[in-house]
Design a protein around this ligand. Sequence first.
Ligand code: IMP
Length: 422
Amino acid sequence: MSVIVVVGSQWGDEGKGKIVDLISESVDVVVRYQGGANAGHTIFVNNKKFVLHLIPSGIVRNNILCIIGNGVVLDPTAFFEELEFLEDNKIKTSNRILILPNTHLVLPFHKVIDKLNEQGNDKIGTTGRGIGPAYTDKYYRLGIRAIDLFNDDYLINILKRNLAIKNSLAKSYYEVNEFSFESTLNYLFEIRNKLKEYIVKDSTIVSRLLEEGKKILLEGAQGALLDVDHGTYPFVTSSNPTIGGAITGTGIPSKRISEIIGVTKAYCTRVGDGPFPTELNNEMGDHIREYGNEYGATTGRPRRCGWLDLPALKYSAKINGFDSLAITKLDVLSQLDKISICTAYKLNGEIIDYFPIDTTTLYNVEPVYKEFEGWGTSIQGLRKIEQLPANARKYLEFIEENIKVKIKIISTGFERNDTIII
Ligand code: IMP
């Protein structure tokens, strides 16, 4: 195995951090391929909790090199805060983190614009971390990349052009004070000295490390249903958490990918607005939220909770080509007498055999459920498949049979080793 990709198969928050941490035991390099400080990857090691937003989850293991891929939008302020948090928690970061030169930066005005965009009725429910505005600048070809920090003429020119447009909008559309060129430039000068040691010159370093025989893990953020191309647009993030993003966001040739793991929570959650067919707006939803501690790792927002959605998961498996699934948070369902899985969607009374990509349709589908008996006992921390109660195994087998992808990892608790590996 040379390149493993870990992809979220739902609306994010599937528990990718734990799975990346687990698998990274056998890799040399972990590369984050998209998203930014909107992510919150949680890892528990010996009862200690680490929440990572930007730095790859491999950082909590001492021997791993961590790379921030060009598909990421990097907020320097959030990056330095995270470094400080890690150092405070006795995680060595020096000489272990690299930033690709073509990684775009999230600047203070991106965060302001993100929040301004969210003030109206038609909000997306973003994390407010400036992600959408930073990716917009990237595609507008007015973004500032890590490497641009070292080319003064270019930097000044692009910032002037960028702010000319932003400030026209600030005045006429947002009706706020203009963004200051001087203070933004000062911010860029200030952070470039601190970022310098992390930024590499060679944008193909991930491929180079692969050629040198290093084992590489590509870590996705968010999930397939939040993908800007394949997700529930416009209620999506602005990047590609799906497999294509792993390739463009790191510079790895697609044929070198040896395994794609879809991380799937045993039920569904969603944070922010947008359609969610299996959402439980009732006591059951509240129960899952409390037992699963379903509150945003980045924003603290309560997550919307619902049953596992197989039509959505099938769709996700199809567009990503999962080789295996890692099922997380199965233990959260242990308290329940009955557990449902959505097996199909009905639209106007008829079963449909596709995942509707337009939001209006998705708001109107009616989930068809199959009910399962609960297993009536705690499975917290189990480490062998034989120890799982028969009803829990039936639940998992049903998922496997329907998605036609093998489950290779089952997480039974938040600690690193609370895991069944098949
Ligand atoms: P943005 O990525 O901050 O622009 O937010 C766009 C949408 O993606 C919103 O619904 C967010 O709640 C959601 N989102 C962004 N990052 C995450 C994440 O890491 N987990 C779950 N949802 C996320």
